[in-house]
Ligand binder design. Structure first.
Ligand code: C2O
Ligand code: CU
Ligand code: CU
Length: 486
């Protein structure tokens, strides 16, 4: 039993009645992750490694959580939404003592980290039952890139629901990119984008409606770091460094900051060779970007906007329509940026880190993504015509080889493709070569399009997965097992 202070005790006691009511209500409707409501807690939001070790206790449970001034009841790691940020350096050992206080099984995935994926490391096949504690342990390799990664549950069948409840946090690896002088001088902020569907009392709305699962569930309350429309400040003449993660299960974000272009410096936890200027950033679930923003405009207030984007639908309405996933249904303002007092002018870095070209592939494979009917099951989301099965190996590759994978989307909905553990480079889209080299772990394959990626399988053998990062699609079968053999 953890010790609690007086304030926490009062909060706990206060939450008791609500908790009891909720438990019975959730029990009635047969729902799921939220067993017993725990009290709100206040813990440090950052856990950093020291002397080569990051050691942290994480507990997942159903709790009252404040989203700005709105009271919500969510699934949270250590009572926080977003979850505490974990920070380590290449070479560090990481120990996570994880306790599942949800009412459903779960596990932990370190999205984007290049670490072992067997045993008690980044093993998505683990099934940690309610009430169980599991000790995760892994080492971040010496040559691991510095970047923005994140952790979330990955128990197949429950992933979308658990993420939509709020379970997601950042895992940051500090290293080379952080040492580039201009990047180091920039003001650093993290933006965790999440969306929620809450009723008037702040409780999670059951998203089990058939169509919302098909499209991928979206909520109309969008938060950045757990707040609707928070404020950020940019130093006049200086640089702002935003490290953004889309931690929503299905929602896409198309970001634009009024009057300010973004200078992209990293994609999915990997630095680019040089900054790339862009006015808009489309972030699919799972993806991260790092951008620099120049504080060189008229001091004032500027809005970070979420522009409309149509990620397709079930095809019956043509394009998006009623059943499509659209951004159009919510406030377009995600955050507000204010100018702060002037600092000495910081220029943009001209060079970042090298992104080496990969050697020619030893093997080329093709993967078709679509949804379809499965006899006796109904609608399923499929890769190469198959729905996920835990014990089937779908693809076997050899360690230390390079392969090209052609991801073909023959459907009417966008699918962001994600591969665990090994980062890849996009070679071409619809046969058109990619304009610049970048490492990624998640890439959008829009409806009707083909994306070719090149993957080096490095360092670790074993079994892991690739899937669509619209997590309802993943839960509905759009995932497959990859075996890397040495
Ligand atoms: Cu973000 Cu398979 O996960
Ligand atoms: Cu992942
Ligand atoms: Cu999908």
């Amino acid at each position: 039993m953890k010790k609690i202070n007086r304030r926490q005790f009062i909060t706990l006691a206060g939450a008791g009645a609500v908790g009891a009511f909720l438990v019975s209500r959730l029990w009635e409707r047969g729902n799921s992750s939220q067993a017993s409501l725990k009290g709100a807690i206040d813990l440090p939001k950052l856990h950093k490694s020291s002397n080569g070790l990051l050691s942290v206790d994480l507990e997942a449970s159903y709790r009252p959580v404040k989203l700005g001034d709105k009271q919500a009841y969510l699934l949270a790691y250590n009572g926080q939404v977003p979850a505490p940020r974990l920070e380590a350096k290449p070479g560090d050992k990481v120990k996570i003592k994880f306790t599942n206080n949800l009412s459903n099984p779960t596990n932990l995935h370190q999205h984007g980290l290049h670490i072992p994926f067997t045993g008690n490391a980044d093993n998505v096949f683990l099934n940690i039952k309610p009430g169980e504690t599991f000790n995760y342990e892994f080492t971040i390799p010496q040559n691991h890139p510095a970047g923005t990664y994140w952790y979330h549950p990955h128990r197949h069948g429950l992933v979308a629901e658990q993420l939509f409840g709020g379970l997601a946090g950042l895992f940051v690896v500090r290293g080379d990119l952080d040492k580039i002088p201009e990047v180091k001088a920039a003001k650093e902020e993290f933006l965790v984008l999440q969306d929620f569907a809450l009723d008037s009392e702040g409780k999670l709305i059951d998203s089990d409606a058939h169509m919302s699962l098909m499209s991928g569930r979206e909520g109309d309350l969008i938060t950045v770091n757990g707040k609707p429309n928070p404020s950020f400040s940019i130093p006049a003449n200086g640089l702002l460094r935003w490290r953004i993660v889309n931690a929503s299960p299905s929602r896409f974000y198309k970001l634009s900051l009024e009057n300010h272009p973004f200078y992209l410096i990293a994609t999915d936890g990997n630095a680019l060779a040089e900054p790339v200027e862009t006015n808009e950033l489309l972030l699919t679930p799972g993806q991260r970007v790092e951008v620099l923003i120049k504080g060189d405009k008229e001091p004032g207030q500027y809005r970070l906007l979420n522009l409309p984007y149509d990620r397709g639908g079930m095809g019956m309405m043509g394009g998006g329509g009623m059943m499509g996933g659209n951004n159009n249904d919510t406030s377009p303002v995600l955050a507000t940026v204010n100018y702060d007092s002037a600092v000495e002018t910081i220029a943009l870095p001209t060079k970042l880190l090298s992104v080496p070209a990969l050697r020619e592939p030893q093997q080329v494979r093709r993967f078709t993504f679509n949804h379809g009917m499965r006899p006796a099951v109904g609608m399923a989301f499929l890769i190469n015509g198959k729905s996920y099965e835990r014990d089937r190996i779908d693809t076997q590759v050899k360690l230390n080889t390079v392969e090209d994978w052609e991801i073909v989307n023959t459907g009417t909905m966008d699918h962001p493709f994600h591969l665990h553990v090994n980062h890849f480079q996009v070679i071409s889209r619809n046969g058109k070569p990619e304009p610049y080299r970048a490492w990624r772990d998640t890439v959008l394959v829009p409806q009707g399009e083909t994306v070719r990626i090149r993957i080096p399988f490095r360092d670790y053998a074993g079994k892991t997965v690739y899937h669509c990062h619209i997590l309802d699609h993943e839960d509905l079968g759009m995932m497959a097992n990859l075996e890397i053999v040495s």
